[in-house]
Design a protein around this ligand. Structure first.
Ligand SMILES: Nc1ncnc2c1ncn2[C@@H]1O[C@H](COP(=O)(O)OP(=O)(O)O)[C@@H](O)[C@H]1O
Ligand SMILES: O=C(CO)[C@@H](O)[C@H](O)COP(=O)(O)O
Length: 574
């Protein structure tokens, strides 16, 4: 390809790393750079990208860490030989719900960025608060109760904002912030989401929220297309409503909007073209559904730090157990999501316990986990009359369902419907490799079953395809078990970009934002340029008659098990 054709960068500012991925107009990846927060940063006592205050169930990340990471990723792209002059558009994806608190001098520091200094060196003082509450935080139960009550109950809040109140959602987090740090809140000039924070750095002024990511705040009324006044009133606490609205700012509807050109800092320091345009950055999950032309009958499972289940759908059917967001590019479509806190890190606990029990840490740390998971029979049943083994594995307070940390193991007899909490018959930790994957996938199947349809030929309701993305999508054992449980009449696929789907979706958003014809949808533009044979790979079978139905019975037991644990937890609390 000619050396002056356009390039686009998508950034992914996730929990454990920042990635920058460069594509050309044919959607092909030409560069990828990564800054791993734990491994590559210096000066921050973080673990897995975050800090914890256990006493208050707080989880948060230092904002300056992300500045250091952006400096690092841009340097690394330069070292790879990226010709920044060719970059026509930049977009991004941010871990959802996190908020950044800008100080009074933020706009002036952003406007006057000096290209002889790093971002970290000159923006450290731009924040009224040095930390961003992280999506793993669970310090806001009181505020969540107030949010649910503000519109009557959680059903009404879900109807209005797409979700019931959640600990991590930005509205409850801001309300808690007004109470814990009233003097800092007063001194805060603007509040960004992680996505709009990223866009702000490139623009050199505070960028507006993205139309999809704003739905992760419990403040945006999705059907009305505006902030919900009752929720803004609640969220502003003892401070004024107008003050909060000013801190939050406007929310443009167009996900492909040209926000402006990159700040001269990037032109002088890296050689960007002065007309390189910034397109709104969105949440990491909304960006993930942009990594391919996703059909409403398809499902994506993102196996990152969190596990998320994503679908693009024209129907808005909010429910307190799930999430709906505006689609990041296409008005009239929505993103359906389930989000689990105990995803990758919970699987790592089992992986480490297995390696420890075998006194073996292989070069590929997942090798023993995978082997054991594949050797174990579905649900630990050696024959059909054995009870099914199932469990819940939550090293952290879980979101779906809202249960504090702990581990529970059960057996379930599908013939009699009898469920017993017991470790009898369990060979731990070996049996837990398959059991934790099954537990996560059964929960997805349980909660997404109303959104799937029969693909015809008398087959049971299931997705057409299941796409796996995120760090865990490299794992073939997980892919095999995902196909057995979730089905997928055409199979289980992974993207050629491996665990970079989210950054890829952000880069495609930039391509669409810059190259679209008037009124051309994202699906149309990406669909036309998409090369299925090159971009995706079938990694496991989906629907398999017999085992899919066996797991159908297990879903019934799984639902009972969750209800039992929820009841036990409620009894303990009373
Ligand atoms: N081969 C593998 N098998 C299972 N999980 C993996 C494998 N490689 C990486 N992971 C998981 O991927 C997670 C990171 O996923 P990633 O999507 O890169 O993270 P983020 O949440 O920061 O977006 C890690 O927590 C790790 O457990
Ligand atoms: O809270 C959510 C979604 O509601 C998480 O999915 C975050 O968006 C972080 O994602 P990863 O770092 O795991 O990609």
């Amino acid at each position: 390809m000619a050396s002056d054709t356009p390039l686009y960068i998508g950034f992914d500012l996730s929990t454990q790393q920042l990635k920058g991925l460069v594509v050309n107009s044919d959607l092909k990846v030409v560069h990828v750079a990564k800054f791993d927060f734990d491994a590559d940063s210096h000066g921050f006592p973080i673990k897995k990208g975050v800090l914890n205050n256990e006493a208050e169930h707080e989880v948060f990340a230092p904002v300056a860490l992300w500045l250091q990471a952006l400096d690092g990723v841009l340097e690394s792209l330069r070292k790879q030989g990226l010709d920044f002059r060719r970059v026509k558009g930049i977009s991004g994806a941010g871990q959802q719900h996190g908020s950044v608190y800008w100080g009074q001098n933020a706009e002036s520091l952003l406007r006057n960025l000096d290209s002889s200094k790093s971002l970290e060196a000159q923006l450290e003082g731009a924040f009224s608060h040095p930390y961003s509450p992280n999506w793993q935080d669970s310090s806001t139960q009181k505020e969540c109760d107030e949010f649910d009550a503000a519109l009557g109950d959680r059903e009404h809040l879900a109807q209005a904002t797409g979700s019931k109140a959640h600990h991590r959602f930005t509205g409850p987090q801001i309300l808690r912030f007004t109470r814990k740090h009233p003097e800092i809140y007063e001194k805060t000039s603007r509040i960004s989401l992680v996505s709009s924070f990223l866009a702000s750095l490139f623009l050199g002024h505070v960028a507006p929220f993205d139309i999809s990511d704003v739905c992760g705040m419990n403040l945006w009324n999705i059907k009305k297309g505006e902030y919900d006044e009752r929720l803004i009133q609640l969220c502003s606490g003892v401070f004024g409503v107008e003050g909060l609205k000013q801190k939050l700012g406007e929310v443009p509807e167009d996900g492909g909007l040209h926000l402006g050109s990159v700040h001269p800092y990037f032109v002088e320091r890296f050689g960007f073209s002065p007309d390189c345009t910034v397109i709104p950055a969105t949440g990491d999950n909304p960006a993930t559904i942009l990594a391919l032309p996703l059909l409403p009958s398809d499902a994506m499972v993102s196996l990152g730090t969190s596990t998320t289940f994503l679908m693009s759908t024209p129907s808005y059917k909010p429910d307190p157990a799930t999430h709906f967001f505006n689609h990041p590019t296409t008005p009239g479509l929505y993103m359906f999501m389930l989000c689990y806190k105990n995803g990758g890190l919970a699987r790592e606990h089992v992986r480490d316990a297995i390696n420890e029990s075998l006194k073996d840490t292989p070069a590929q740390p997942w090798a023993n986990f995978d082997k054991v998971a594949l050797q174990t029979a579905p649900l630990g049943q050696h024959n059909a009359s054995d009870p099914m083994k199932m469990g819940l594995f939550f090293p952290r307070h879980e979101i779906v369902p809202n249960i504090s940390k702990g581990q529970w193991r059960f057996t379930y007899d599908a013939n009699t419907g009898s469920l017993k909490e017991t470790t009898d018959g369990w060979n731990s930790p070996q049996d837990e490799a398959r059991a934790i994957i099954e537990s996560q996938m059964l929960s997805l199947r349980l909660r997404s079953r109303d959104l799937t349809q029969s693909p015809g030929n008398g087959l049971p309701s299931q997705p057409r395809r299941v796409y796996l993305v995120g760090g865990g999508s490299k794992n073939k054992a997980i892919a095999k078990i995902a196909g057995e449980i979730l089905g997928g009449v055409e199979g289980v696929y992974s993207l050629d970009v491996g665990d970079n789907a989210c950054a890829l979706g952000a880069a495609y958003k930039a391509v669409w934002g810059i190259e679209r014809q008037p009124d051309q949808t994202f699906e149309d533009l990406i669909g036309q340029r998409w090369n299925e044979d090159e971009f995706i790979e079938k990694i496991a079978d989906g629907y398999q008659k017999g085992v899919f139905e066996q797991y159908g019975q297990a879903v019934e037991g799984f639902e009972k098990m969750e209800l039992k644990v929820l009841q036990q937890e409620a009894d303990k609390a009373n």
